[in-house]
Design a protein around this ligand. Sequence first.
Ligand code: ADP
Ligand code: MG
Length: 236
Amino acid sequence: MTDLLRAEGVSAFYGASQILFDVDLALAEKRTLALLGRNGAGKSTTMKTLAGIMPARGGRIFFAGRDITRAPAHARARLGLAYVPEDRQVFPEHSVEDNLLIAAKNGPDGRRDWTLPRIWETFPLLAKLRSRDAGRLSGGEQQLLVIARALMGNPLVLLLDEPSEGLAPIVVATISRVLRELGASGATILLAEQNMHFCLRIAEEAVVIDKGKVVHRQDTAGLVGNEDIRRRYLAM
Ligand SMILES: Nc1ncnc2c1ncn2[C@@H]1O[C@H](COP(=O)(O)OP(=O)(O)O)[C@@H](O)[C@H]1O
Ligand SMILES: [Mg+2]
């Protein structure tokens, strides 16, 4: 298996304060990796650094065989790295369908696996809401929309920052199902989460981050039984 996305010894700073320390991550093609950690652990900073929203001050980032450490965010997106930030921004005065069409493009390999019909099939809830203004959707519906919108760009990798955060259990279950289906259909996903239980049936493997450092790696099934790590680094 080849790594599609790899971070080696990455450090990042906000001004003078160092947030990430020597972060190593490897995401193999067609796998889902969970990036777990408490609030403030450095998950979003890691995602932003991978997406090119924040610079890596040290270390290297490789994507699809290239060194993208210095590449700007838009170049990384064009190479097929889709970043879905935690703030769920939609174009509020455009319909669900228009939000999706705005993002439609061929993947970096020229493929167009994701089109509107496949989105409607995968996200039946969005199909029902296709004419509604995106600003009138619930938080969970907006989360589904931003995931679907990222897929419309036919990316090679999805970076999802806390898709379950603050959502009602029923919507969380829908998002969980969608992500499991995506994984089964061969998508490659990095999933940042505080909620370990949400990740269990989605990600095969987990990396635990704390105070900006990777402190543990384990298969998610094993992590459930690892009380020590859970107590020390996760909120349960
Ligand atoms: N814009 C910012 N300026 C300064 N410090 C920040 C900023 N954003 C986040 N931080 C700090 O960086 C650390 C990691 O934050 P973050 O990556 O958002 O964690 P997580 O996503 O795991 O909750 C925290 O200590 C947080 O206070
Ligand atoms: Mg965060």
